[in-house]
Design a protein around this ligand. Structure first.
Ligand code: DGL
Length: 271
């Protein structure tokens, strides 16, 4: 029997350029197992990381409007690039609460660092935007940030090359300069990078804190729902998945990002 829709049992809308944001969905579903969730992966337009702010914001706007039509009670931009480029613009036009992933990860890193030296890695778009640095400086302007775009990490993860010699070499090439700066904390500022976490750790050693913001984002979502009195108290959760292209591929690869079996994926046109 279908649950009667109330203000609080409306779903949370989550979107990303593709599969990667499922790592954020997974953290949200673990923290709030009763919440209904709708996920949109913009697989027709992935990757966002090498695209312009203007085009990413156009995609993010269409997706957010699609989610609002599906009666979401809030929106989580699970994609770092779209959060960096489009959160401010979306806040002005979308009438439900909306959060990105940058702030939660920045605060977590700023609270973790002892020597006030933080590295941020992400897509070209996220790094060019300096969004992480701006948030970290708001928290503590004495912290020094070193950033680096790592464009090969996303295709490595999409191919399932999460470990092995070649992946370790690529990680080393990208990260050795940051490690030489004596950073004590590194932010994985991209949806895909948590899947490389153990290999990154192997390459950079155990002494550097690795910040994977998915859990921090899930907590920020919960706090916002509590603040707005929108938390869903009970009942079984339903999950819906939408993509703009390739539903079968999404289903197969998505399982590994979500850590659960995805049963149905619907392809929709949002243009
Ligand atoms: N989701 C993107 C991010 O977190 C990575 C993949 C892409 O470039 O679209 O920045």
């Amino acid at each position: 029997m279908q649950e009667k829709q109330t203000k609080n049992n409306r779903p949370i809308g989550i979107f990303d350029s593709g599969f990667g944001g499922l790592t954020v969905m997974s953290a949200i579903s673990k923290l709030m197992p009763k919440e209904n969730l709708i996920y949109f992966g913009d697989t027709a337009h992935v990757p966002y990381g090498s695209k312009s702010k203007k085009i990413v914001t156009e995609f993010a706007t269409k997706i957010s409007k699609f989610l609002v039509k599906n009666n979401v009670k809030m929106i989580v931009i699970a994609c770092n690039t779209a959060s960096a480029f489009s959160l401010d613009a979306l806040k002005k036009i979308i009438k439900v609460p909306i959060i990105g992933v940058i702030k939660a990860g920045s605060i977590m890193a700023a609270q973790n660092t002892k020597n006030k030296k933080i590295a941020v890695i992400g897509t070209e778009g996220t790094i060019k935007s300096s969004a992480y640095e701006k948030e970290i400086k708001k928290y503590d302007n004495k912290i020094r940030c070193y950033s680096k775009a790592c464009p090969l990490f996303v295709p490595l993860v999409e191919e399932g090359w999460n470990n092995g010699k070649i992946t370790e070499d690529i990680i080393n090439i990208y990260l050795k300069d940051l490690v030489n700066k004596k950073i004590d904390t590194i932010i994985l500022g991209c949806t895909h990078y948590p899947l490389l976490k153990s290999t990154i750790k192997k390459v950079i050693g155990n002494k550097i804190n690795i910040i994977d913001s998915a859990n921090a984002v899930a907590l920020a979502v919960k706090n916002l729902l509590v603040e707005k009195d929108l938390l869903k108290g009970d009942g079984k959760a339903t999950y819906k998945f939408y993509v703009s292209d390739g539903p079968e591929k999404f289903k197969n690869i998505g399982n590994k990002f979500l850590g659960k079996k995805i049963l149905t994926v619907n392809k929709v046109e949002i243009d």
